[in-house]
Design a protein around this ligand. Structure first.
Ligand code: FAD
Ligand code: SF4
Ligand code: SF4
Length: 397
């Protein structure tokens, strides 16, 4: 067994075979001597067999980087209150609804942390009115623009002091860049892109559910040995809690940014133009596929989106063709979206596209091929030429 590895303690193994059935990766067999044997090529170190063995005959050693912690030292739920260029984001409020549920189940306080350059006390009050009991804020001019290094360092320091058992944030562009860095800084685990969170009150383990294997199964992931348990949650999955005038504590957390060595300095942030709307926040998305035919013909999609007040998405084929920029790409290697309405225009519905949009409430497909896979997941479908169907729909709106 190396620094990180798994070992069968032969003296304790009875050859009962329980571990063989428990291993999801078919990595264990009972050898000729009647002892469990683990195929290290197949083993993913998931730990299922360690828990399953009734004789404590399997031992797993974790890497040197892991830290021994006393889980009882950690209490409370902390959410990340994302601020973009001075504005409190909607996803910051969404985190408070799921944070509140978990905090209530555990009988602990719900806290949030805000990081930014100015006016954070104003946003802290908004967070309290949406359910936070305590809001920590880290305010410094140098923190106005999002900088993953600096923000992660600041959050790491706050977490070491506050010691929450759970830390959650939105799986937005910022959250996806920041929270994994925080997890690495404080040496704990993270589950990205969850669609559901719950907590096992007995163990305190956060049940972090997310789609896996191309969206074919929902996996519930635990972080049993480390704290805090960090998860990012897809935007627009959780509701924004109702706003009520309420009291809470607002605490400034001091963080010395001058001693920190940065590999990059953000001097200016350029907000994408209006048509490059944030796909995460959009309630309606009109998405273009190769079936649109040409870059010029994308005008039809933009006009349709404008009429609906929608954001414009695209398949990878359209991005690869250079018809539209990458921030529009929906799918496995693009953005994951879950709007109320997703209109797929001339998109075949490859699995890599579907995983990025199949959680949309309503999916409308427009495609000339009735056999296109997009119709398998569409709520409503139009079979025909999008050049005829879209203008007809626009007339009716
Ligand atoms: P096509 O598959 O070519 O489909 C075009 C559709 O338009 C067809 O169904 C056709 O019937 C229809 N059509 C044609 N003309 C008309 C018309 N006049 N009116 C109506 N319908 C019409 N793809 C993504 O989208 N996002 C990703 O993130 C992504 N990541 C990937 C990652 C990997 C590792 C790999 C291997 C692939 C990835 N892909 C991704 C690519 C994916 O497999 C598909 O190739 C891509 O989604 C196809 O795009 P499309 O549906 O626009 O084009
Ligand atoms: Fe041996 Fe434990 Fe596996 Fe049984 S479950 S075969 S005792 S390692
Ligand atoms: Fe199988 Fe997981 Fe045990 Fe490895 S750690 S042998 S993958 S059950």
């Amino acid at each position: 067994m190396g620094l990180t590895g798994i070992l069968v303690i032969e003296e304790q193994c009875t050859g009962c075979g329980v571990c063989v059935g428990a291993c999801p990766f078919d990595a264990i067999k009972i050898n000729d001597e009647g002892i469990a044997e683990i195929d290290e090529e197949k083993c993913t170190l998931c730990g299922a067999c360690v828990d399953a063995c009734p004789f404590d005959a399997i031992e797993m050693k974790r890497g040197e980087s892991s830290v021994e912690i006393d889980k009882d030292d950690y209490s409370g739920v902390l959410t990340f209150g994302e601020i973009n260029e001075g504005e409190l984001s909607k996803v910051a409020l969404e985190m408070l609804s799921v944070g509140r549920e978990i905090a209530d189940k555990r009988g602990v306080k719900l806290s949030s942390v805000l990081i930014g350059g100015k006016e954070l006390e104003k946003h802290a009050k908004t967070m309290i009115n949406h359910g936070a009991d305590i809001v920590y804020y880290i305010e410094d001019e140098s923190l106005f623009h999002f900088n993953d290094e600096l923000y992660a360092e600041a959050l790491g320091k706050l977490i070491e002091e506050v010691k929450p058992e759970v830390f959650i944030g939105g799986a937005s562009a910022v959250g996806r860049a920041l929270l994994p860095r925080v997890a690495a800084t404080i040496k704990t685990g993270l589950t990205a892109d969850c669609t559901e969170l719950d907590i096992d009150n007995e163990t305190g383990n956060l049940l972090q559910t997310r789609p896996a294997f191309g969206g074919n199964i929902m996996a519930t992931i635990l972080t049993p040995n480390h704290r805090p348990q960090i998860a990012t949650i897809r935007p627009r999955v959780m509701p924004v809690p109702q706003e009520t005038e309420k009291n809470g504590e607002i605490k400034k957390f001091d963080f010395d940014t001058t001693t920190f060595k940065l590999s990059k300095i953000i001097k200016e942030a350029v907000i994408l133009s209006e048509e490059e709307v944030n796909l995460h926040e959009a309630e309606v998305i009109v998405s273009a596929g190769r079936g649109v035919g040409s870059k010029e013909n994308l005008k039809l999609i933009y006009d349709f989106a404008k009429k609906l007040g929608a954001a414009v998405g695209a398949s990878r084929a359209v991005v690869d063709a250079g018809w539209i920029s990458y921030p529009h790409q929906v799918g496995q290697t693009g953005t994951t979206v879950a709007p109320k309405v997703y209109i797929a225009c001339g998109i075949s519905g490859a699995i890599q596209h579907q995983v990025g949009m199949r959680s949309s409430d309503i999916i409308i497909a427009i495609n000339s091929d009735p056999e296109a896979p997009i119709f398998d997941i569409a709520t409503y479908g139009f079979v025909g030429d999008l050049n005829k169907i879209i203008p007809e729909l626009m007339k009716k709106i």
